[in-house]
Design a protein around this ligand. Structure first.
Ligand SMILES: *[C@@H]1O[C@H](CO)[C@@H](O)[C@H](O)[C@H]1NC(C)=O
Length: 321
């Protein structure tokens, strides 16, 4: 009995050592996040797909490959292309971002193994760029249409890929500025500079115009203000002159009336004596004085205003002559 149990436990241990440990050591594998595992048995791709995590396969018989399904950037260096004039341009770096369509991945690997990116992106870029360049001149590629190259390359690549390898989806393409043969470079740098100067000048122009316009408006406003101030000044001057004239007119009338009064032998001591009225030149007072002197006159003529009074006085004086 005892012997049997010992044998069983030894067999169990052996089993663990011989079977389970190698199975885990050689068959255990890990599929990282954003990838899937595909399996070859005897070199043939099976339909088995595993998601990210730990998995076990039969050691030595089954082999797996990890396929990244999330966005993947392929960097292709030194892409040369010949322009229509035969000059070679060199793009230092072309970056292509791709993603795979999940349901087509097995087909993709079956068709092109796991080197599909090499075949359809890396090698393809050289070909497509050459095609693209061959129809263009150097300045089209280098200056005028450089900003459109990314999208053109993406479009032409996706077209071929859709036809032969629909599992690949190009998300974006970025092409670095090409380097030119040295003798050409200086000329093109000058052109670029000039272009940016022109652009800058064009942007500046409206700004300058606007500035000039506001300056003009400001100058006009200032002139207007000045004019108004002058006007006010003039008005007050005129006003002063007018009132002076009025006062002297009144003084004259007063003097005349008083002389007349004295000649008529009428006395108006107190009021006339009150230190002669040239010192009290308020309009109202003067008016009053005039009227006072008139009421003491024998021949009274009432006028509504001082002017009328004057007219009457003149009439009177001409009559008395
Ligand atoms: C695989 O190749 C076949 C035959 O050329 C083709 O019809 C199919 O679209 C390809 N599939 C993928 C995902 O590349």
């Amino acid at each position: 009995m005892l012997k049997l149990s010992v044998i069983i436990s030894i067999a169990f241990c052996l089993c663990i050592i011989v079977v389970i440990i190698p199975l885990i050591a050689y068959g255990g594998h890990h599929i990282p996040e954003g990838s899937i595992g595909v399996y070859y048995v005897g070199g043939k791709l099976t339909d088995k797909i595993t998601q990210s995590g730990y998995h076990i396969e039969i050691p030595f018989i089954s082999k797996h490959k990890v396929i990244q399904t999330t966005l993947k950037t392929s960097k292709i260096k030194n892409v040369e292309c010949g322009t229509s004039s035969g000059i070679m341009l060199n793009f230092n770096l072309v970056e292509v971002n791709t993603r795979l369509k999940h349901h087509l991945i097995l087909d993709l690997v079956r068709n092109y193994s796991d080197s599909y990116l090499n075949l359809w992106i890396k090698q393809r870029v050289h070909h497509e760029m050459n095609e693209l360049c061959s129809k263009k001149s150097v300045d089209e590629i280098f200056i005028h249409e450089f900003d459109k190259i990314d999208n053109r390359l993406k479009g032409s690549m996706q077209k071929t890929i859709d036809k032969y390898s629909p599992a690949i989806q190009i998300i974006s393409v970025r092409v670095s500025k090409p380097s030119l043969p040295k003798n050409l470079l200086q000329g093109y740098t000058d052109i670029e500079k000039q272009k940016s100067y022109i652009k800058l000048a064009n942007q500046k122009q409206p700004l300058e115009l606007q500035k000039a316009e506001t300056e003009k408006i400001r100058a006009l406003e200032n002139a207007n203000k000045e004019f108004q101030v002058r006007q006010i000044e003039m008005k007050s001057k005129i006003e002063k002159i007018k009132s002076k004239r009025e006062i002297s007119k009144l003084e004259d009338q007063l003097l005349y009336a008083r002389k007349k009064g004295i000649a008529d032998g009428v006395s108006y001591k107190k009021k006339s004596e009150a230190s002669i009225n040239s010192k009290l030149l308020t309009k109202q007072y003067l008016k009053l004085q005039v009227l006072n002197s008139m009421t003491q006159n024998n021949r009274i003529n009432y006028g509504s205003t001082v002017q009328n009074v004057k007219k009457i006085e003149i009439e009177r004086s001409t009559r008395s002559k």
